[in-house]
Design a protein. Structure first.
Length: 142
């Protein structure tokens, strides 16, 4: 049996992270010591490493919970997990496209502001952002 500190060290997470995962229902202590300390089975290390790796792949805690549930369902198959991985990959690719578009927009704003000594009231970046904000406000016309 492992204490929270030992488990956190073995799984390469902090004790606070472990407590958070516990509150979220992703991991639970097996028992408590006579002194009231949480005790965990050694298999909790594998579970925490699984959670950490899934987080590194972009899965949310709710999605990780679903993967853990699937893992324990006899009627589930690899295809169920694969489908979730495909969905996550598509979500990530969409975010990448969005971030790329944002980066290109910033490139244009930065290029428009070539004169770094220009007074702040005439800053092309601020003007472009204000113009975009004004056009997004319903009922506000330029």
């Amino acid at each position: 049996m492992l204490t929270i500190g030992k488990l956190a060290t073995l799984a390469d997470v902090t004790a606070d992270t472990l407590r958070f995962y516990e509150r979220e229902g992703l991991v639970a202590p097996s028992s408590k010591s006579a002194g009231g300390y949480r005790l965990y089975h050694e298999d909790a290390v594998v579970r925490l490493r699984f959670i950490k790796q899934a987080r590194d792949c972009g899965f949310t805690l709710a999605e990780i919970q679903q993967l853990l549930v699937l893992r324990n369902q006899n009627e589930a198959c690899c295809g169920d997990v694969r489908q979730r991985a495909i969905e996550k990959k598509l979500q990530l690719e969409s975010k990448i496209r969005t971030l790329s578009a944002m980066s290109k927009a910033l490139d244009h704003l930065i290029a428009d502001c070539a004169n770094e000594m220009h007074p702040i009231e005439g800053c092309p970046i601020l003007a472009a952002l204000e113009q975009a904000t004004a056009s997004a406000v319903p009922g506000k016309e330029e």
